[in-house]
Write a protein that binds this ligand. Sequence first.
Ligand code: ADP
Ligand code: ZN
Length: 221
Amino acid sequence: MVIIMLGAPGTGKGTVGKLLSEELGIVHISSGEIFRSYAKKHDKLGEQIENYISNGLLVPDELAIQIVEKRLEEPDVKNGVILDGFPRTRNQAIVLDYILKLQRKMVDVAVELDLPDDDIVDRIVKRRTCINKNCREIYNLDFRPPKKEGICDKCGGPLVQRIDDNEETVRKRLKTYHETSEGLINYYKRENILYTVKMNNESNTTTKDVAIEIRDYLQNR
Ligand code: ADP
Ligand code: ZN
């Protein structure tokens, strides 16, 4: 099973993707996480990637595709994958279909999490992430606060705010998202595999609720 998570930054696709991956027993791959780990290395490639990320820009297609393709060749992807953050452009979607075809796989469903921009900004500035690279649990000071302030419930690691989780960068990332997502969403709509979940901050729907809705949809399809 190949599932694509679509949605603007801050819609909770990372958290939902992780929950779904536990429910379905398939690996969750976040392109953003991969790029952030490259950005931490102080080599030339790392510095380039760090530059794109901290300016709210996309990593250029060619580079993004090359890095993700390499990850999709790892053995843990054999049973399926939840792809979070990739593809991000129509071009990446076309290349992904091609890569999957070579592995005799195809995208089963593209899940779009839809949340208004102002709700997104509100969520992102309150987002905190565990720095333990084997954990990377995501919290929200309003919706999903850690039991102890600044400490990860799961592993006890320290929680930090991502360098790109400030209002200015978020607005830029949203602009980038809206510019590139339409073509992507239409691509999956046309293939008839788009599933949209409408959300807002008032409805109190948790990421757990969203994950269960998607799982049920997948099972009853
Ligand atoms: P968010 O969805 O919150 O913006 P991500 O963790 O998905 O965060 O991505 C962080 C950054 O990594 C993006 O702003 C972008 O620079 C880069 N990135 C992630 N996925 C891709 C991709 N598929 N193509 C190009 N750049 C990407
Ligand atoms: Zn942790």
